[in-house]
Design a binder for this molecule. Structure first.
Ligand code: SF4
Ligand code: SF4
Length: 325
């Protein structure tokens, strides 16, 4: 494995593992609501306020105790859940979006398929295929895309339905081909949602719609110590102006620009791209907690003029990299 690509492969691994965790949580009763028994499962146990048990056991003595149980078992846990994304944002910026979000992972895969089939990342974007070799095997990728959208979204729909329908019941209904209305609606709804957002919406959703993303963005923006991608301004004369860092950014951020930019998801792809260009030790981007960053400065970093640009014989096209794109 190339050293310069370690960060990227680590991100793909974390995305895949979190997607698997997110989809299989109901199977292990880590989190699910059973609409038949009306029970909420959390971490393998049925969650309850415990008031009924205490009443039956005769261990509940007054309204103060009831209020305390509600605060401890309902209000505080929900406040902790609600605080998750603001706290994540204040410490790690939009790291969750770039490294864990299952939807972002799917959007990036859709970007990749689009590039392979159409030569551009988005359906409506300009054609950024650099040469015909980029589109080699586009027929094969088109078949792969059709197979993917016919099979994976319904499977995800079935797994996500497990958050509300007992997984054993889902399995029974699928294997006997007798889908209940709830499961059918879940599978069809999720399938349509994934297809529409993956093909037409993609990172526009991340930028303008996703509530957890917006919360992380807001708190990361105000926090002076949140995780950011820093640009090594002292050594920017080494920049070859290859623009790899811009081309790999699926959020449309210009990593070298110093205009305030709130859409960076700390994915680190610009770090990888620059290391590929300048060598694993020579990249101009790095992660930093509240450090100098290209995206949070008030003054513009000048881009090297043509005479300043460094010719890098290592520079090569990277448009065919699934991992980078
Ligand atoms: S600027 Fe870099 S870290 Fe931020 S979203 Fe773009 S590629 Fe990812
Ligand atoms: S990838 Fe690195 S060398 Fe290339 S334009 Fe970006 S900062 Fe400059």
């Amino acid at each position: 494995m190339k050293r310069s690509r370690k960060l990227h492969l680590l991100r793909r691994l974390s995305q895949a593992l979190f997607l698997a965790f997110f989809l299989t949580m109901p199977l292990f009763n880590i989190l699910r609501y059973d609409s038949d028994s009306k029970e909420l499962y959390i971490l393998g146990k049925v969650w309850s306020l415990g008031i009924t048990d205490a009443l039956n056991n005769g261990t509940l003595y007054g309204s103060g105790e009831v209020a305390l149980m509600i605060i401890l078992k309902a209000i505080i846990p929900w406040l902790l859940v609600l605080a998750f994304f603001p706290v994540m944002g204040a410490i790690f910026g939009r790291f969750f979006c770039g490294w864990l979000c299952p939807e972002g992972f799917l959007f990036e895969f859709a970007d990749y398929l689009n590039r392979k089939i159409l030569g551009r990342r988005s359906l409506l974007g300009k054609n950024n295929a650099t040469n015909n070799a980029d589109l080699k095997g586009r027929g094969l990728f088109a078949i792969l895309a059709i197979l993917f959208y016919l099979t994976v979204p319904p499977l995800i729909g079935a797994l996500l339905s497990g958050y509300f329908i007992a997984p054993s019941r889902i399995w029974r209904e699928i294997t006997t081909l007798q889908l209940s209305t709830g499961l059918a609606v879940g599978m069809i709804g999720v399938t349509l949602y994934i297809i529409i957002t993956s093909i037409f919406v993609r990172h526009i959703f991340c930028k303008y719609v996703c509530a957890p993303g917006l919360m992380q963005m807001l708190f990361g923006w105000f926090s002076p110590k949140s995780l950011r991608v820093a640009f090594d301004r002292k050594n920017f004369s080494r920049c070859t102006d290859c623009r790899r860092c811009e081309r790999v950014c699926f959020m449309g951020v210009k990593p070298r620009s110093t205009k305030k930019e709130i859409n960076c998801v700390n994915c680190g792809e610009c770090i990888t791209a620059c290391r590929e260009e300048l060598g694993s030790e020579g990249g101009l981007f790095s992660f930093s907690f509240g450090g100098v960053t290209a995206n949070h400065h008030d003054t513009e970093v000048p881009i090297p003029s043509t005479s300043q640009k460094v010719h890098n014989p290592r520079s090569r096209d990277i448009s065919s990299h699934w991992c980078v794109k």
